[in-house]
Design a protein around this ligand. Structure first.
Ligand code: SF4
Ligand code: FES
Length: 257
């Protein structure tokens, strides 16, 4: 099999693709294949990773035209065509590069973020949008003498959103993030919703209003790519739909008065 890897660094005229031949071993991941590329072909290749266990979220990249975690994507499954995920199209998916999916694995940087070098992108915009939604607990009342216990009934829904590892795969898969550079994106909106529905929060509906702006809840076009690529099954679409519904109900209440 071959690994076809996007290469870019300051000083080169335009990006290129390097192709490296390797023997896949049982259980080899794309991250493992990149280590071989680094050790046997070119040690200047740049990519991010840390935990190697789908926890830190740093190894998200475009693999066979789908944003995925390199540390949990097995090369043999890719070659067998087992990991196909149909996505709503956007420019980075349609860019044509010569590639034979039966014997090559195509590895490119996460779309919608500027490339710093090779497979490393500048995540500043993603984290700026995350900070914009103020992803911290705001109970409103004074510090209690006893611990604030979570309502067990609320936990299953909250957990859907707390599972996010901030890998950015959803951001890199969203056609709206590709066309509107200001759209807050699925991860930030899902996280905001998580705080809005926390029963310990002082005023969840008020927090929903942070994203009651054109580039927030209302910019989503419900393509669903975010849910399909999320390695943790976070459902941003559900959060966005529910937030819209709650805001609309709130408006109706105000209109009725
Ligand atoms: S919602 Fe999923 S895909 Fe998006 S950043 Fe979180 S873990 Fe990654
Ligand atoms: S290396 Fe941590 S998620 Fe892949």
């Amino acid at each position: 099999m071959k690994l076809k890897v996007y290469r870019y660094y300051d000083g080169i005229e335009k990006p290129r693709y390097d192709t490296f031949k390797l023997e896949p071993t049982q259980g080899m991941t794309v991250l493992g294949a990149l280590f071989q590329f680094q050790q046997k072909f070119d040690d200047s290749i740049a990519f991010h990773y840390s935990c190697r266990g789908a926890v830190c979220g740093t190894c998200a990249m475009l693999i066979n035209k789908v944003p995925r975690l390199a540390c949990r994507t097995q090369v043999t499954s890719l070659l067998k065509g087992e990991l196909k995920i149909p996505l709503s199209p956007y420019p980075a998916l349609e860019e044509t590069v010569e590639w034979n999916p039966e014997e090559e694995i195509l590895v490119e940087p996460l779309p919608h973020l500027p490339v710093i070098r090779d497979l490393i992108v500048d995540m500043s915009k993603f984290f700026d949008f995350y900070k914009y939604v103020e992803p911290v607990f705001k109970p409103g009342d004074p510090t209690p003498e006893k611990a604030r216990h979570m309502d067990p009934v609320a936990i299953p829904e909250l957990e859907l959103y707390t599972n996010c590892i901030l890998c950015g795969a959803c951001f890199g898969s969203c056609p709206v993030d590709g066309s509107d550079p200001d759209y807050l994106g699925p991860a930030a909106l899902a996280k905001l919703y998580r705080f809005c529905i926390d029963p310990r929060e002082a005023n969840g509906i008020e927090r929903l209003k942070i994203a009651d702006i054109p580039r927030g809840w209302w910019d989503c076009e419900f393509h669903g790519n975010c849910r399909r690529v999320c390695p943790k099954d976070v459902p941003p679409l559900i959060a966005i739909a529910k937030a819209r519904e709650q805001l609309n109900q709130e408006r109706e209440k105000i209109g009725d008065k």
